[in-house]
Design a protein around this ligand. Structure first.
Ligand code: NAD
Length: 335
């Protein structure tokens, strides 16, 4: 029996997480789901978007499965997602994007894994005004040698363990010579320890162009926090949309699994949200828990349902009459 903290989240979160939990339970793996609140739901219930009980539950279980959280607007609130990643030092954010059979996109054979540094860079949260008039603001991008080494080492190890051939390091060291330069120099050092894996470096703006022109040239891509955030939405666009891309946030002691997408207020309550991203985040979680057989079975079931293209949400098939619930049920049936 595994103990997992379950945060259903905001917006479309509860509806897609319900399907994901139903499917993971149907795989036969025994999970004791410990429900916890975060985000808007937690703020309304407990007066805090990240209550101590939730943090204690994650600390105890060391594995969390999380729906998207709405970032509260207003100066007092930082992103709860950023807060959680920093609190548990979830330094590696792994976001695989692959074209599924049956998904219509203008591209072919895309299979890219973005490995994003998750705790440093411009998302360090060090921002302030420099004047009383608040007409000059400053953000600090903190990059450390240790943080860079951890994430780049993680990317190479991921490539090695998952039979990947190449690691591309994306950076902007030509302009940001200290922060990005440190990241790039560290990457060059780490790469020497992995002679069997092809290594290339690419400037981030050129990466965006190459990724749209010829995405097949990319395999594992490792980069700093904000570039990784942006690139992973770009890869989502290449493979059929945000409804398909899962993410794992990995640290030394804890791991948190979620979709790349947010709480999607525009489609909340309409049974339109694609549950695939959170289901595949669940697959990543099952692998993390050592439940590889169940992970493979769930993946195959999702593959079958998407491949048939009938019981899928309208983002995958505009003529589909099925929604979140019907897609979830079809995946359980396929299991
Ligand atoms: P979003 O990812 O919620 O939505 C962007 C677009 O993608 C929308 O058109 C939406 O309908 C579509 N989309 C997203 N998920 C989908 C799904 N599963 N199926 C079908 N379509 C889907 O981004 P946003 O609207 O910019 O952000 C909404 C809120 O979510 C914000 O408060 C933001 O801060 C938060 N957010 C949270 C996370 C997280 O919890 N990890 C990530 C990103 C954004």
């Amino acid at each position: 029996m595994h103990n997992v903290t379950l945060i259903k989240g905001d917006g479309i979160g509860p509806s897609i997480m319900e399907e994901a939990v139903k499917i993971i339970d149907a795989s036969g793996v025994k999970i004791n789901w410990e429900a916890a609140d975060a985000g808007m739901a937690a703020f309304e219930k407990h007066g805090s978007p990240l209550p101590d009980e939730t943090l204690a539950s994650i600390e105890k279980n060391r594995v969390a499965f999380k729906g998207p959280l709405t970032t509260l607007e207003g100066k007092g609130f930082r992103s709860i997602n950023v807060e959680m990643r920093r609190k548990f030092n979830l330094y590696a954010n792994v976001r695989p994007a692959k074209i599924w059979k049956g998904v219509k996109t203008p591209f072919k054979d895309v299979d890219i894994v973005i490995v994003r540094e998750n705790t440093e860079g411009l998302y360090s949260g060090l921002e302030h005004y420099l004047t009383r008039e608040k007409d000059i603001a400053e953000s600090l991008a903190v990059v450390t040698k240790r943080g860079s080494e951890n994430i780049i080492e993680y990317a190479f190890k991921y490539a090695q363990d998952n039979d990947r051939k190449k690691v591309t390091v994306c950076h902007k060291a030509n302009i940001l010579k200290y922060t990005q330069g440190l990241f790039l120099d560290t990457a060059k050092e780490v790469a020497t320890r992995y002679p069997d894996i092809e290594f290339e470096t690419m400037i981030i703006d050129a990466t965006c162009m190459h990724m749209v022109m010829k995405p097949q040239q990319f395999d594992v891509v490792v980069t700093t926090n904000m570039f990784g955030d942006i690139l992973s939405d770009l890869t989502a666009g290449l493979v059929g949309g945000l409804g398909l891309i899962p993410g794992a946030n990995i640290g030394e002691d804890c791991a948190l699994f979620e979709a790349v997408h947010g709480s999607a207020p525009d489609i909340t309550g309409k049974n339109l949200a694609n549950p695939t991203a959170v289901i595949m985040a669940g697959v990543m979680m099952l692998n993390h828990l050592g439940e590889h057989q169940a992970a493979d079975r769930v993946k195959l079931a999702v593959e079958k349902v998407i491949g048939e293209g009938v019981y899928v949400t309208p983002d995958l098939n505009a003529d589909s009459k099925a929604g979140t619930i019907e897609m979830g049920n079809a995946i359980v049936d396929a299991l």
